[in-house]
Each structure stands twice: as structure tokens, then as C-alpha cells.
Design a protein around this ligand. Sequence first.
Ligand code: A3P
Length: 272
Amino acid sequence: NETEDYSPLVGPPGTSKRVPQSIIIGVRKGGTRALLEMLDIHPDIAVAATEVHFFDWDENYAKGLDWYRNLMPFSFEHQITVEKTPGYFTSPLAPERIRQMNGSAKLLLILRDPTERVISDYTQVYYNRLESRKPVQVIEDVLVRNGALNTRYKAIHRSLYDVHMRGWLRHFPLEQIHLVDGDTLIRDPLPELQKVERFLRLPPRITASNFYFNQTKGFYCIRSEGRERCLHESKGRPHPVVNGTILQQLRSYFQDHNHNFYRMVKRSFDWP
Ligand code: A3P
């Protein structure tokens, strides 16, 4: 395995691997990679390179906490280790398992308009299937079954934020879950990151100079330690245009769920 071959066995003096004090639990396609990479600008944050899938995949969970810890980056004592696995949010087992590991873990949840999230989810699967030469379907064919909205489509179910949030609130107080507005993070990343710095009780270190808008990519990119980088080309792909009637069906399907979610988290979002 490549990552194991290249990862050093010992870190710089004074460092060690620690289980995360903060976890980005999702949501898939919410902007989880952007959030992780942008938090990595902060000198007091050490991020895990890959999606670990420890708490949501039984075969990994069975490998135990030492296996998990070993996948974390080397960090200094004053640093906060952060990992992101977007699948945790929709996993029924992840909340309890995370609480068992660290009941005071600070959870970060980045959300996006649920309809937009479905289309982004579809787009990712579409490209994954193309790459592995599997047959693909146009978006209308997965969203609609027998003339009605196909609510059994996994991507639609993942956007029912109230359903998934209920499980988290059974194991964590709301104050321990910080919500990041993924739509705002796209348009104007700094304020969202400053809120995360405050939530994690870190000194403010991320500044406007850490971001620049890249016209070609159409998204903000990162400037840090003299380097400029944009996210991978799989992040920020154009979405297919969806028929207006189907869009409307999706939006009304999510409406009650969204309001339910706003009540649960005591705040609202401007999702259409
Ligand atoms: P799209 O590719 O559908 O536009 P995740 O990392 O959770 O899979 O989320 C991917 C989404 O992050 C992208 O979805 C994109 O909209 C969003 N995103 C937010 N900030 C971004 C940035 N600075 N560069 C690229 N994508 C960003």
C-alpha cells in the first residue's frame, strides 16, 4: 500500500500521533475537502491525509483504535488533530462510536442546500462510473421512477438532514456540533473559517491573504506558506441542468425536513 510505504515511522522530535479532537463528519459533497484543506492553513491544526472511514465501516472499526491512531498525522501537543470522513454523518453507528472514543470531541458538520447536494452527489457518482467504465444514467432517470420522485435514491436520502441529525443529538449536545454553511464557504470562505477557529478555541490565524479567487477554476484557492493551490479537479465540477419540474419536486420534498432540521439545530439556512 502506497501511503504506508511513504509515511514516516517517526515524526519530528516532540510529535506523536493522536486520535482527533475534532472530526469533520460530513455531509458528503458539502465541501468537506475544502473545509479540511482550509483549516490546515492554521498552524495549530494537523489534518489526516485520507478519509479514514473508521466509525462507519465495520471492517475498519474492527481493526481497533491503534489502527485508527496510526492513520493520524504526527502533531505537537498544542495542535488539534482533525480527520474528515463525510460518510459519518449518515452512518447510524458513527455517533455512538465517536462518543465512546472521545465524548468531548468537537464535531464539524458542513452542509449545503440539500437539492444542490443531491445533484453534486449524482455528478460525483456519474464521473466515478465513467472512470471505471460502468454504465451511467442521465440524472432525470435516477431522480424519477414511474413518474414520481424516486425517494429511495440514496443521494436523496442522504440530504434528509433532520433524519441523520437526530442520531447525533442522541449522543452529543448541540453545542458540541458546529455547523458550517457550505454555500457560504464557496462564496466567501474566511468568515466561515473564523467561526470554526472560535469554536475550536484557536487563536485567529487564518486571514484574507490565505485565499484568492481563481477565475479558471471558478472557486477560491488557497495561499499558504508561499504556495498557491486549488482543490483537485474533481471538486467544483459543472452540474447537469435539471428539468424545472423535477427541481421543484425535490425542493418541496426537502421542505419539511429542512424546517425540522432548523428547529433541531436552532438556526436556519437560506435553502430554497
Ligand atoms: P461540486 O464539485 O459538486 O461543485 P466534498 O469535498 O464534501 O466532496 O464537497 C465537494 C464540493 O465542495 C464541491 O462540489 C464544491 O462545490 C465545494 N467547494 C467548496 N469550496 C470549494 C473550493 N474552494 N474549491 C472547490 N470546491 C469547493
